[in-house]
Design a binder for this molecule. Sequence first.
Ligand code: NAP
Length: 333
Amino acid sequence: MRNREWHLVRQPAGLPTLQDFELAETTLPAPSDGEVAVRNIFLSVDPYMRGRMTSRKSYSAPYEIGKPLEGGAIGRVEVSKHAAFKAGDLVSSYQGWREGFVTSGAALTKIDAALAPPQAFLGVLGMPGLTAYVGLLDIAKLSDGESVLVSGAAGAVGSVVCQIAKGKGCRVVGVVGSEDKAKWLLDHHCIDAAINYRTTPNLRLAIQTALPGGVDVTFENVGGPHLEAALACAKDFGRVAVCGLISGYNATEITPGPRNFADLLVKRLTMRGFIVSDHWNRMPDFLRDMAGWIRAGKMAWTETIVEGIENTPSAFVGLFEGKNLGKMVVKLS
Ligand SMILES: NC(=O)c1ccc[n+]([C@@H]2O[C@H](COP(=O)([O-])OP(=O)(O)OC[C@H]3O[C@@H](n4cnc5c(N)ncnc54)[C@H](OP(=O)(O)O)[C@@H]3O)[C@@H](O)[C@H]2O)c1
């Protein structure tokens, strides 16, 4: 089986460029007994991948130069010599950034395409959905009726956060980077108010106007000025779940902390970071609840679909330019 796969040729400096990546051609072997050959149909690109393109010590190992990149993917089994899989099965894996692969089957999970289209298992029903669920319910310990602020609100994680919070009767304010994103969230009843940080002259004042009583729970996806504004608007004893700090992922120097860090002390705030991979044990609960919300028509989602494996790096870079509404995925023909 002919295969094309993306390699990292060097670690990007700042915003990645297309020259940091190379599309390599390989030939895959036929599967042996106990193995499965998979043809990918959707690839995931995610902000965390930027962290794996550096040598900084982190929670997952750096991508190796000259080796295939990894990431979430949905594929179709082409040939199976494994008892648990048959040709045509749809499976999720972490063997993304490539057209196909041969595997032992141990790291494949079958998906239930009757519940949602396959690409949803990279977003609302996948890792980003679980991140929203764990971050809001376990880390921030959201209670019914609280006031919630979500940055990166129209993305894969943020849009699910907003809706889980709305489902708990919360007042939800979403911070986004475009009017289209604000409109989508409002039209789908994901939030009560939207703030476009690109056009708002003062983010802190805009949050105070939308949530005059202050913020109980912040779900932080962005960091930088967003986190400063969130701390400034937090209620006493408020909680901040630090999910992501995307505004600093391409920084070439260590990014400074919030200038108003003292708000943590003065307001007796709790701020806790988390990584979804520490919480895979919550996947069955998440899938049960998310399937219920989807079947009840209580969960809206969308994807930004980029066509063709050739465009995977530009889809990835697009995450840092706000080019996605909902989950950014690459569709392979
Ligand atoms: N802790 C975990 O385990 C975990 C797991 C998954 C994701 N995350 C984090 O969660 C966050 C969201 O991830 P996602 O997969 O849902 O991505 P996403 O929100 O679907 O896509 C990224 C979005 O971030 C916004 N953005 C990019 N650069 C920005 C900047 N400099 N300032 C403000 N906004 C910026 C853009 O939206 P706008 O147009 O609105 O600016 C962009 O569309 C990321 O920080 C990610 O690293 C953490």
